[in-house]
Ligand binder design. Structure first.
Ligand code: ADP
Ligand code: MG
Length: 339
């Protein structure tokens, strides 16, 4: 009897031990911070394949950064901007297909041929400058995504056009990272690309992730609220992210293609929550440009694809219906409903 008891004990304790180490393996995190696409990024993957998954994701980030950067001399965007035409990879084609759809659906508010305006305002060189009317007129004449064509794997821009994928590239990148994580057997992870977050699965304990949304009028780190999500991207566009000041006025980096000026249509930040990173990033920029009324209407028509949090210049916080149980905030919020 005593022997049996000892035997059971050993069996139990070794079982328990194996159990703990399996659990520990699942919970072990591998994290890495990198700088790419002009922003700080942080990647975390859980489980025993975390490290290799993060390393593979990092390689992909550098690859995409290189093909899309407006300054990398062997990149696709740089060369097409120089020559007006060129071959594009599958990644670029996919992103441009999203851009085309967004441009059409937002009636031009989202436009990747915005580059001449970005350049004119100095956002591409950090040589900031408030343009004259004549400068604006000239640059605006070069903007219009409808002149851009794709045939097979060749992209051709309209005359004197140049493109800038900055409004959509990071969302595609975070979605790619999630795919890479999955290919490596990772089931829980998260990335933050300059504050644009995408999460894979739930946290290892099964809880949803809590993603903070910055208060656009507050200091860095001050939140307007937080959303609980699993398998989602949470992407914010705000005028506070990149801007300069001249004569007491601020000018930010999201340009309204209809005025040539930084968009000022009532919204100071737009957060999109969706399964689709590319869509969410494009939409965050597009809806910021469209402004409160149009953005709300757009959501109503596309509510199956995404949820949103809008902060207006009067500090009102609008939260779309589908988020009502997953959004926590100390502020008064107004729920936007489809009907
Ligand atoms: P961030 O990249 O700062 O997180 P966004 O996703 O809103 O924020 O992207 C802003 C970038 O989008 C700009 O830096 C520029 O590259 C590009 N952009 C600016 N205005 C437009 C526009 N109207 N349509 C498409 N892209 C734009
Ligand atoms: Mg965007």
């Amino acid at each position: 009897m005593a022997l049996l008891a000892i035997g059971m004990c050993i069996a139990l304790s070794s079982c328990k031990k194996a159990g703990i180490s399996e659990k520990a393996k699942k919970e072990q995190a591998y994290s890495k911070d990198i700088f790419a696409m002009d922003t700080y990024m942080s990647l975390t993957a859980y489980g025993e394949h975390g490290e290799e998954a993060v390393k593979a994701a990092e390689e992909e980030i550098h690859h995409l950064d290189n093909i899309w950067s407006i300054v990398s001399k062997d990149g696709e965007v740089y060369n097409i901007n120089k020559k007006g035409t060129g071959k594009i990879s599958k990644d670029t084609k996919t992103v441009l297909e999203y851009a085309k759809r967004l441009n059409e659906e937002t009636e031009g508010a989202f436009d990747v041929t915005i580059y001449p305006l970005m350049d004119l305002w100095g956002f591409t060189t950090q040589k900031y400058h408030v343009p004259t009317k004549e400068e604006l007129r000239q640059a605006m004449a070069r903007v219009g995504q409808e002149y851009m064509t794709i045939e097979d794997d060749t992209l051709t821009l309209g005359e004197q056009q140049q493109m800038d994928l900055g409004g959509i590239a990071k969302g595609y990148t975070s979605s790619r990272i999630m795919e890479i994580f999955k290919e490596h057997g990772v089931t829980s992870g998260m990335v933050s690309l300059g504050g644009n977050v995408q999460v894979l699965g739930t946290k290892v304990n099964g809880d949803k992730w809590n993603v903070g949304i910055r208060n656009p009028k507050g200091n860095d780190g001050e939140l307007i609220g937080a959303v609980s999500v699993a398998d989602r991207t949470v992407i914010t566009s705000g005028g506070y992210e990149r801007y300069f000041e001249e004569d007491g006025k601020t000018y930010h980096h999201i340009i309204d293609p209809f005025t040539g000026y930084p968009a000022e249509n009532g919204l100071i930040s737009v957060t999109i929550i969706s399964k689709d990173g590319t869509l969410a990033d494009g939409l965050s920029t597009a809806l910021f440009v469209m402004g409160t009324k149009q953005a709300t209407e757009y959501w109503k028509e596309h509510h199956e694809e995404f949820e949103a949090v809008f902060v207006t210049d009067e500090s009102k916080v609008y939260v779309t219906e589908g988020l009502k149980d997953d959004f926590q905030s100390d502020y008064d919020i107004e729920i936007v409903r489809v009907n």
